[in-house]
Design a protein around this ligand. Sequence first.
Ligand code: KIV
Length: 271
Amino acid sequence: MSVHKETKRITTHTLQEMKDRGEKIAMLTAYDFSMATIVDDAGMDVILVGDSASNVMAGHETTLPITLDQMIYHASSVVRAAKRALVVVDLPFGSYQGNSKEALNSAIRIMKESGAHAVKLEGGAEVKESIERIVNAGIPVMGHLGLTPQSIYKFGTYTVRAKEEAEAQKLKEDVLVLQEAGCFSIVLEKIPAQLAKVVTESLRIPTIGIGAGPSCNGQVLVVNDMIGLTKGFRPRFLRQYLDLYTEINGAIQSYIKDVKAVDFPNEKEQY
Ligand code: KIV
């Protein structure tokens, strides 16, 4: 029997209860109906329609080019597949940094046009007003601190953040600001494991880590990376469960060989 027949929809309240009873939260990205169906059927707690779609789906170098319309397209495909998981959608670069009204309008478009359950945005104290405004409109918000890829041109590199005391201190303050502003959870990306532990213990709400060690209340990975679809991407934090690039490449080479040899289609594969 599939998981979603036994289990009710995961909500932001479920995630809080999971943190409170010490149960870890599993989150994975998905960007299309087929993959989201597999991820949801496997029993995922949260599906993130990440703006990493810009990299893994569209082939851009950064997350910056993806648009709000494109995020809504990906999100609505995922929502149609997800029967159990909470679906969280990234507000893309340029759709919320202007002011809190713009942020609210973008969040409303995502909720209305995709049917998703929550939005995620990057940043600390500087996005507090936007978070408050979105939460006040009844839309759950997930925060995102540490390595925030929409700021890659400010950082200059994708290396671990908050190794220096000043940045670690700012992060410790920012998580409390986001919690106070009403975030139901915060993603911590690529920060030292010890800092993630301290920060997680300072919060009431759950943290979800990516490259942030085992003390976070949950973990998230980009699905294409963890199943080995992304060619040549092997950062230290990534556990690759499959090598699908090699598997699929082999299958496609076999198909090409069969077509060329007039071995496909055979008698059983024709009418
Ligand atoms: O866009 C994304 O996939 C993300 C995760 C890496 C947390 O934000």
